[in-house]
Design a binder for this molecule. Sequence first.
Ligand code: ADP
Length: 229
Amino acid sequence: KEEYMMQSERLTMAGQLAAGIAHEIRNPLTSINGFMKLMRSSKQSSETYFDIIESELKRIELIVNELLVLSKPQRNHTSKPLNVLPILDQVITLMKVQSALKNIEIIFNGPDAPLWIMGEINQLKQVFINLLRNGIDAMSSTGTIYVSVDSNDQEVLISVEDEGIGMTSEQIQKLGQPFFTTKETGTGLGYMITQNIIHNHSGSIQIESVPEQGTTFTVKLPKISKPED
Ligand code: ADP
């Protein structure tokens, strides 16, 4: 019975996702169609029409690319022992390029000794890229994002704390539903992907958010002992 339940839930999720995709892709398609017709009837091609069509095509491309991340192998076939500290270090280095443009500082706080987990490195990087990008997006300019790592006997805890616009409880509820976004150019797929990857790593994610003050995401992943080489 439980299996049946899980399957029906999965179908609902797939149905929701399919409806969302159809809708999100139909909008730019309709607009491309419209502008193509305009260009044909006006007999002269205007630069503006090209610009609009190009940006609508880019939008479809963005959505499709994000969906491809979701369709990557669900189970961690390439799961390996990983030290989370250098992974975070690499992601932060990468994201500092973007945060610096907005005068946002990213400060890392973690232990010196390695902390080991089982995982797929690129998927985990994707999680922290998503969380940091959302933190940067949430801040208009100037401020700090704190990335901290901690651990207990069973878990490694990684938190990403921003000083951004925060979220209302309605927004928190909708977070993770496919295509929920408050951003003009957002896809509303990032957090769903984040949740998916963490779930595949037998972990969990928590959110604490205060409107106008900021948001903290805490990722918990099962800790393993130091691997033998
Ligand atoms: P996207 O970034 O494309 O909108 P996400 O699924 O990553 O998609 O996020 C969905 C929505 O959740 C965002 O549009 C935003 O409203 C909200 N959100 C996510 N992270 C944060 C954050 N750190 N601070 C404030 N709002 C956030």
